[in-house]
Design a protein around this ligand. Structure first.
Ligand code: SF4
Length: 441
């Protein structure tokens, strides 16, 4: 069978889609290789959410075409969100690509490759517990996708155009998948979707996420359940009450996007910075020790000095444990494009850096507060960029987006034992990471 390499761009949801493709290809007997030199087929799973993601996808396609040219018979396959939105443009720009598919049919990737058939149609594929999937994250953690699409209509966002309206999996399907994952040695699941807190509403379930988590809590082997990508308006007392359960990571990812009421109104979002601060206060009181991550957009049309100052004050006062900042880019087909894009890219980048500078100080102080403390961490494995150290995460560190907890002096033992969790003492704090040693070695 031909050997396949797969490159995944974009978010955790896209990674799950890649794992579904690998599952299907594995069942069909294909072999995988991490070496492009050895590969006969290269699949690039693209992200098309914002302009920088599309640029990254185009660079990957161009690299893929160079790879294809080096040996005859090689097949280049491009899939994912960017293809879903801009297939006409991409097909004209890159006619040498062998096969295209969007987000609706990648689960049949083996058939598409065999028939050399593009499939580009509306709708997004949503996995269930019977869908073959090859988990590529750590041996002890993974993502669980609980829905597809989004039923909010934020004016800047292209997700509903790419993936359609919100579509939940059934609770039974998610529970069965998590049981299967626990059987493979997974100890931490990270629930992902475009709005995790909306789960079940399209199926007329009230408190769908709570009902789901209540079914996940008793699953043997699962020790950490993390809720990613929540919608601030949907956080209520019942969810916060549930979050003090031991198995639920004291962590919430709530993209607030902005703080200025004028900008939020244009964004089609209703929670102002002052209301958000009250919500953050309430969350911290109800769930002691919770870490809150948010993402914000700078340079949205109409963001003058006053509006940006409101955003700076918000970041300063909210003291988020983790923060992502993105520069606005007008997305074709979204409502915000009528507002044009009056703020220069260099100014957007300047504002982004200003927010990150405020956050740097907050993050450093947050991490310094752990010096000398004992923590239980989930071990991911040897740190690839810092030889000799193990990469691990505490409950307040989500995979791939937050900092790490690095463990000194245990790499050799890890190779033999590969424990899911270790108890460590924190020795020092870096700006975005912690460093510690195993207790009672
Ligand atoms: S809630 Fe998130 S995914 Fe949904 S439209 Fe708004 S920004 Fe996009």
């Amino acid at each position: 069978m031909p050997k396949i390499s797969l490159i995944t761009l974009g978010c955790a949801k896209n990674l799950v889609d890649s794992e579904v493709m690998l599952g299907r290809l594995d069942s069909a007997g294909y072999q995988f290789t991490a070496s492009l030199n050895e590969a006969d087929i290269l699949i690039i799973n693209t992200c098309g959410f914002i302009q920088p993601a599309r640029q990254e996808a185009e660079q990957a396609i161009e690299q893929g075409l160079k790879w294809k040219k080096k040996k005859s018979g090689r097949l280049l396959v491009v899939v994912g969100c960017y293809v879903q939105r801009f297939s006409k443009y991409l097909k004209v720009r890159y006619p040498q690509v062998d096969l295209w598919t969007g987000v609706s049919s990648f689960d049949r990737i083996d058939e598409l490759i065999e028939k050399k058939q593009d499939i580009l149609k509306q709708g997004a594929f949503l996995l269930n517990h019977t869908t073959p999937r090859v988990v590529t994250t750590g041996p002890h953690w993974t993502y669980v996708k609980i829905s597809e699409g989004c039923s909010h209509r934020c004016s800047f966002c292209s997700i509903p155009l790419i993936k359609g309206s919100y579509k939940s999996r059934t609770i039974n399907s998610v529970v069965q998948e998590v049981k299967n994952l626990a059987g493979l040695g997974i100890r931490e699941i990270n629930l992902v979707s475009h709005d995790t807190t909306y789960f079940g509403r399209d199926r007329r379930l009230t408190h769908g996420l709570i009902r789901l988590i209540e079914r996940l809590l008793p699953i043997q082997g699962i020790e950490w359940i993390r809720i990613l990508y929540g919608y601030p308006e949907e956080i209520d007392g019942a969810l916060l009450d549930l979050m003090i359960e031991d198995k639920i990571c004291r962590y919430l990812d709530l993209p607030f996007q902005h703080a200025s009421p004028a900008i939020l109104k244009k964004m089609g979002r209703s929670m102002s910075g002052s209301r958000a601060l009250k919500l953050i206060d309430r969350i911290r009181k109800k769930v002691p020790g919770v870490a809150i991550r948010t993402s914000l957009i700078v340079g949205f049309p109409g963001e003058g000095k006053k509006e940006f100052q409101e955003l700076e004050d918000f970041v300063f006062r909210a003291r988020f444990e983790h923060l992502g900042v993105f520069c606005y880019s007008p997305e074709p087909g979204t409502r915000a494009t009528i507002l044009k894009d009056p703020i220069a890219q260099v100014e957007k980048e300047k504002r982004r850096q200003e927010l990150l500078l405020i956050q740097q100080d907050i993050s450093k102080k947050f991490y310094e507060s752990f010096a000398g403390q004992d923590l239980r961490v989930l071990v991911e494995g040897p740190d690839l960029t810092r030889p000799g150290l193990l990469a691990a995460r505490a409950q307040f560190q989500a995979p791939e987006v937050d900092g790490m907890t690095l463990i000194e002096g245990w790499s050799k033992a890890w190779n033999q034992l590969q424990p899911a969790f270790l108890n460590i003492k924190i020795e020092r704090a870096l700006t975005y990471d912690l460093v510690g040693k195993v207790i009672n070695d």
